[in-house]
Design a protein around this ligand. Structure first.
Ligand code: PLP
Length: 460
């Protein structure tokens, strides 16, 4: 029997998947992987058309909701007109999208620059690495403990988790990882002391030559750039103290270290600003973006860099290339996403909904001592699961919540729902919440009820 021409049951599909799909991705984090068949707004639906409220929206790739009609239509229109084009030729959507991104950055940071597209976030990070090396001649980078910049070999080298590298050996120059100001896990949860400590760890690199990457005689440092996330994503949606990045910028400037701002997860208003770094009032040298640029509809990512770093003299024709880099479908979706952002006040929408959601999480925290911390910026929200002492990380509880949500039978108001959660953080105990910007207030109330239920049912 040719199994692929017959209509297969879920059980049959899972049995085939078990045999033919690699287990190397993250599908099998779930005890029983789910097969979804459609999506709309804030919901995914399984093959019985059973709804799952999604509170992580594909790690913040689908900020404007599943099946957003405007972005879908932009894709359809592009498919009918110019569906494919080799990236060595131009199409107007690429140019207009690059212009919108460059103009938006100039308006916010007062800097002129250029955009270079690529397919996925990790590839764009690699382009940023190339640009840093090209401009500074240095291969050594600084990055944060708990930072995440992707899984290609170069991006893994600047991502702190050894787990991502252990199986493959070293590639290129591994970054030096410094602590990120994570107040909840710092002594006495003292935000100012935490900020001071993290600044000192950076300053220490330039105290004397024996720290390993600085020559006091020439004043040269070995670091090309500091790769940062303004709000750590995979690290657990950690919001740093307000002044931290200004102090980091001062030190980096003094030592000629570029700042590469990875906005792949937090960009495009996730935190209530177009770029998360805006909250911290510094101007990056390079910005890397991806995910929500196309509302997750077609792969597209990219970098923006200051003109002097990416001018045609520095980064001439053929400096890098990828077949699908500025594909017509992705750029058409990206352009529509930028149009949508420019037509409504997303700073206000996201910060108002974020404040409402945060209040719901605080109410839950008052009820469950296992919620050690809730915090957030805009609609990037965190809920750190602990033992009943509200402090000791409780990975088991977070895992059970994730699995319970995926089972899909949480009864609220006489109706069964599933709940899509993502677990991140240093101790894998943080529920990182990235709901759609289009989530309604009723859906946020439903989220609170579902979270309450999932916590109650996962405690034992
Ligand atoms: C901050 C950050 N950088 C880089 C990446 C890698 O992007 P991609 O998965 O598209 O390669 C991610 C993905 O989650 C991310 O969150």
């Amino acid at each position: 029997m040719n199994t692929l021409t017959t209509k297969l049951s879920t059980e049959e599909l899972l049995a085939i998947e078990h045999q033919v799909c690699s287990y190397g991705d993250t599908v099998h984090y779930a005890e029983r992987p789910k097969i979804f068949s459609r999506s709309e707004g804030s919901f995914l639906y399984d093959d019985s058309d059973h709804p799952y409220l999604d509170l992580q929206m594909w790690y913040s790739a689908v900020n404007l909701g599943y099946g957003n009609p405007r972005v879908n239509n932009a894709l359809k229109e592009q498919i009918d007109r110019l569906p494919q084009l080799a990236c060595q030729y131009l199409h107007k959507e690429k140019i207009e999208l690059a212009a919108k991104i460059a103009q938006s950055i100039e308006a916010r940071f007062g800097l002129k620059g250029r955009v270079h597209f690529n397919v996925g976030g990790s590839q764009a990070v690699e382009d940023a690495l190339k640009l840093v090396r090209r401009n500074t001649g240095r291969q050594h980078m600084l990055a944060f403990e708990g930072g995440y910049h992707g899984r290609t070999l170069g991006a893994s080298a600047i991502t702190s988790s050894y787990r991502y590298r252990e199986m493959y050996g070293e590639f290129g120059d591994r970054a030096e990882f410094l602590p990120f100001p994570y107040t909840f896990r710092f002594a006495n949860r003292d935000s100012k002391a935490c900020e001071d400590y993290c600044v000192q760890q950076l300053e220490r690199k330039f105290e004397h030559e024996y720290t390993g990457a600085w020559n006091p005689k020439t004043g040269h440092s070995e670091f090309g750039a500091f790769f940062i996330e303004a709000v750590q994503g995979t690290g657990g949606y950690i919001v740093p103290p307000k002044n931290y990045f200004k102090r980091l910028e001062t030190i980096c400037k003094k030592h000629g270290i570029l700042i590469v701002d990875d906005e792949i997860q937090m960009g495009f208003y996730r935190t209530g600003k177009m770029w998360a770094i805006e909250h911290f009032e510094i101007a990056p040298d390079i910005i890397v973006f991806g995910k929500a640029l196309t509302n997750g509809l077609n792969p597209l990512a990219g970098i923006w860099a200051r003109e002097d770093l990416i001018s045609p003299q520095k980064f001439g024709p053929g400096s890098t290339h990828s077949t699908f880099s500025s594909n017509t479908l992705g750029t058409a979706c990206g352009l529509e996403v930028m149009n949508i952002f420019s037509e409504s006040d997303y700073e206000k929408i996201v910060s108002q909904k974020g404040a409402y959601f945060l209040k719901l999480l605080k109410d839950l925290q008052a009820k469950h001592s296992e919620i050690g911390d809730v915090d957030g910026l805009g609609l990037a929200l965190r809920m750190e699961m602990c033992q009943a002492d509200g402090n000791t990380p409780n990975r088991g509880l977070a895992d059970r919540m994730f699995q319970r949500g995926m089972e899909g039978y949480l009864n609220v108001g006489g109706k069964n729902f599933g709940l899509i959660l993502d677990i991140g953080g240093y101790y894998k105990n943080v529920v990182t919440l990235a709901p759609s910007f289009e989530i309604s207030y009723e859906e946020m109330d439903l989220a609170r009820d579902l979270l309450d239920l999932v916590i109650c049912e996962s405690k034992t």
